[in-house]
Structure formats: structure tokens, C-alpha cells
Design a protein. Structure first.
Ligand SMILES: CC(C)(COP(=O)(O)OP(=O)(O)OC[C@H]1O[C@@H](n2cnc3c(N)ncnc32)[C@H](O)[C@@H]1OP(=O)(O)O)[C@@H](O)C(=O)NCCC(=O)NCCS
Length: 168
């Protein structure tokens, strides 16, 4: 995103994600903390995704799987989906799926050309007011839940090599 992009029309039942887009996304990008990508349809802002670098701690079953492969590291490199949101008017039309595909392409490019990147990670949240939760969405996209839990969020990962899921 850049200074020219108008985010005023964007609406979501997740107000925190609207506030982040309007108030923090561009500033975070200027500080090189994350990059936010926007999608438009006929001039309307449809969705956005915010990406940054992260790592996944190898614990429990995941650690065991990698130990068996001879990988002794305590953590492995990942691309993090910091925020992801579809405007209320465009929900359930495949836009979220398209953004996940985009993040997989970005992670693959990073690995192919620039730097190690084994996973995509996200902290999936449940909205206590609407009871809607994104965990099912991410599961459908091929993400798995990490054993480790965070307050109010479920850490999930997508393995870009996609061969260890069956081992867990
Ligand atoms: C979660 C979110 C990104 C999904 O976007 P979307 O464009 O509606 O998703 P898609 O149309 O690609 O849906 C793909 C599948 O995911 C599942 N899915 C989508 N939203 C879901 C939800 N809220 N709860 C459970 N399953 C959901 C559905 O099975 C859907 O397939 P179907 O329509 O064939 O049944 C969107 O609901 C959203 O922006 N929510 C608010 C913000 C949020 O929760 N962001 C994630 C936290 S980081």
C-alpha cells in the first residue's frame, strides 16, 4: 500500500482489523515492520493482507518430526500473516482463499530466490461477539494448529513442503 490508497470505505465485523488498516498499516510499512497488500474491484477496496517475517519454535510432535529428519534447530524460518481481512460485502466469494494463495506464492519466491522459508504462520482468532472464528477457514486452507497456545489466539502453520502433516 501507499499514501494514495483510500481505505475509508473498508468495513469488517472485525473492527480491530479496520482500525489497523486505517491507522497502523502504512506506518508499520514505512518502519519496515510489515508490508500490506490491497485488492480492489471496480475502485472498491475488497481485502488486504499484511505480511512479515517470523519463526516457528519446534516443540512437541513437530520437533520430533524434524529430529527424525536430522534437523536439530530449535526454530525454523517462516512468513507470517500478521493481518488478513475481507470487506463485509465480499465475504464468502473466494477472496480469502485467493489471499492465502498469494501468501504461498510470496513464501515460495522468498525461498526460491532469497532466503530460507519453510512455513506460513498465523495467529487465528475467535471473535467473542460474533462467535465467528477464522480457525476453520485456515484449516480449510491446509493450516494445522500448533500445540502451543497463545492467549486469545490459536497459532497455526502451513508447511510449504507439505509432507509432515500426515506424520503429526
Ligand atoms: C476469514 C476470512 C478472511 C475468510 O474470507 P472469505 O473470502 O470469506 O473466505 P473464502 O470465501 O475464500 O472461504 C473459503 C472457505 O473457508 C471457510 N470459511 C470462510 N469464512 C469462514 C468463517 N468465518 N468461519 C468458518 N469457515 C469459514 C468456508 O468453508 C469457505 O468455503 P465455502 O464458502 O465453500 O463454504 C473473512 O471471513 C474475514 O476477513 N474475516 C474477518 C477477519 C478475520 O477473521 N481475519 C482472519 C484473522 S487473521
Amino acid at each position: 500500500m501507499n499514501d494514495q490508497h483510500d481505505t475509508k470505505s473498508f468495513s469488517s465485523y472485525e473492527q480491530e482489523l479496520v482500525d489497523f488498516l486505517r491507522e497502523d498499516a502504512l506506518e508499520n510499512q514505512k518502519q519496515r515492520l510489515s508490508v500490506t497488500f490491497l485488492w480492489f474491484y471496480k475502485g472498491m477496496l475488497v481485502s488486504y493482507i499484511t505480511l512479515l517475517n517470523d519463526r516457528i519454535s519446534l516443540e512437541g510432535d513437530l520437533r520430533a518430526v524434524f529430529r527424525k529428519k536430522g534437523v536439530q534447530y530449535h526454530s525454523l524460518p517462516a512468513l507470517k500473516i500478521g493481518r488478513l481481512c475481507v470487506d463485509n460485502r465480499f465475504l464468502r466469494k473466494g477472496v480469502g482463499t485467493m489471499m492465502i494463495d498469494f501468501s504461498i506464492i510470496v513464501a515460495s519466491r522468498i525461498f526460491e530466490k532469497y532466503s530460507g522459508c519453510r512455513f506460513i504462520v498465523v495467529d487465528a482468532k475467535r471473535n467473542p461477539n460474533t462467535k465467528l472464528d477464522s480457525i476453520q477457514f485456515y484449516r480449510k486452507m491446509g493450516f494445522n494448529e500448533l500445540k502451543e497456545q497463545k492467549k486469545g489466539a490459536t497459532p497455526m502453520y502451513f508447511d510449504l513442503v507439505n509432507e509432515i502433516k500426515s506424520c503429526l
